[in-house]
Design a protein around this ligand. Structure first.
Ligand SMILES: [Zn+2]
Ligand SMILES: [Zn+2]
Length: 305
């Protein structure tokens, strides 16, 4: 089952140097999750031929314009495309007022529901519990309330070792094997051992999206051993003071978080407009954490099983 992240935008503040503002589409278990929705998001979604109707959940990290100004446009287009299915939005509660006011001003009655999930708390917690995965908040430190999102697959079933199956194995036995259980007869004697008939479950994969934040090592406890970490890197290290003043991070700081969390891979992004070239971000991060990469618009990040 694929688990991939499509980068729809990676620039901070304004569109510049061919880079759009922050947005990512996470696709796992046939679910489409939109993380942030910068101004150009619907254009990039159209460009990469993403079916808007497949997006049922939108997560907005915080209410700086470069992370959500694309949302009203997206909602409007969904309406024009005849959407009927609900669109769940997870965001700081004031966004609901902003959406309602927009709809009121244009005298629009949507043909679909927008169940709104307020994210105003400062502690981590599960906000979406899907059959195959969960989404939880990662409280970040920014000028206004800001959350990152941790997407984690649930534990997977044991796999049946098909080569070992024989006609005496029935469906009720297989149900035990999938749960990693041995099979006993009525007297409590072991008849089939799970070790013989099963293979271990496939690994559960995870992705942490840490949008705008001051360097904060406390988050490493929440994102420990994550497969892929996206961590903002607005500046290079020579502007560490500037990063601190603006509640942002540098490439070195993002790499330090990845190293301390024991992440397998790090992707950088939210590059300041002052940088036309972004290669120096990669060099700086790799000096601390070798498995660092640049997030690039239109590119997919695949998390292998
Ligand atoms: Zn931003
Ligand atoms: Zn911000």
């Amino acid at each position: 089952m694929s688990f991939r992240i499509k980068i729809l935008g990676n620039n901070a503040a304004v569109p510049a140097h061919g880079r759009n503002q922050t947005s990512q589409l996470v696709i796992l278990h046939n679910q489409y999750l939109l993380l942030d929705c910068g101004e150009c998001t619907q254009n990039t979604l159209l460009q990469y031929k993403v079916n808007f109707n497949k997006i049922h959940h939108v997560f907005i990290s915080h209410l700086h314009g470069d992370h959500y100004y694309g949302l009203m446009g997206l909602i409007s287009t969904m309406q024009l495309f005849g959407r009927k299915k609900a669109l769940h939005i997870y965001a700081p509660s004031i966004l609901k007022e902003i959406i309602d006011l927009n709809l009121k001003a244009s005298d629009t009655r949507l043909n679909f529901e927008i169940p709104f999930h307020s994210l105003d708390k400062k502690e981590p917690g599960t906000i979406l519990d899907h059959k195959h995965f969960t989404v939880a908040t990662i409280p970040l430190t920014h000028r206004i309330v800001c959350n990152g999102f941790l997407i984690k697959e649930k534990a997977k079933p044991y796999r049946i070792n098909k080569e070992k199956l024989h006609p005496n194995i029935q469906l009720k036995h297989i149900a035990h094997f999938l749960k990693g259980e041995d099979v006993f007869d009525e007297d409590g004697n072991l008849i089939y051992s799970k070790d013989e008939y099963t293979l271990p479950p496939k690994k559960s994969r995870s992705y942490a999206y840490c949008s705008d934040t001051l360097f904060d090592e406390n988050i490493t406890e929440i994102i420990t051993k994550v497969d892929v970490l996206y961590h903002e890197s607005t500046f290079l290290n020579d502007l560490e003071e500037r990063a601190k003043e603006t509640f942002h991070s540098t490439a070195s700081q993002a790499a330090t978080i990845a190293k301390k969390a024991g992440a397998r891979r790090l992707f950088l992004g939210h590059y300041s407009t002052r940088y036309k070239e972004i290669e120096p971000f990669l060099e700086e991060a790799r000096g601390i954490f070798e498995n660092s990469f640049l997030s690039l618009e239109g590119k997919d990040i695949l998390i292998e099983e």
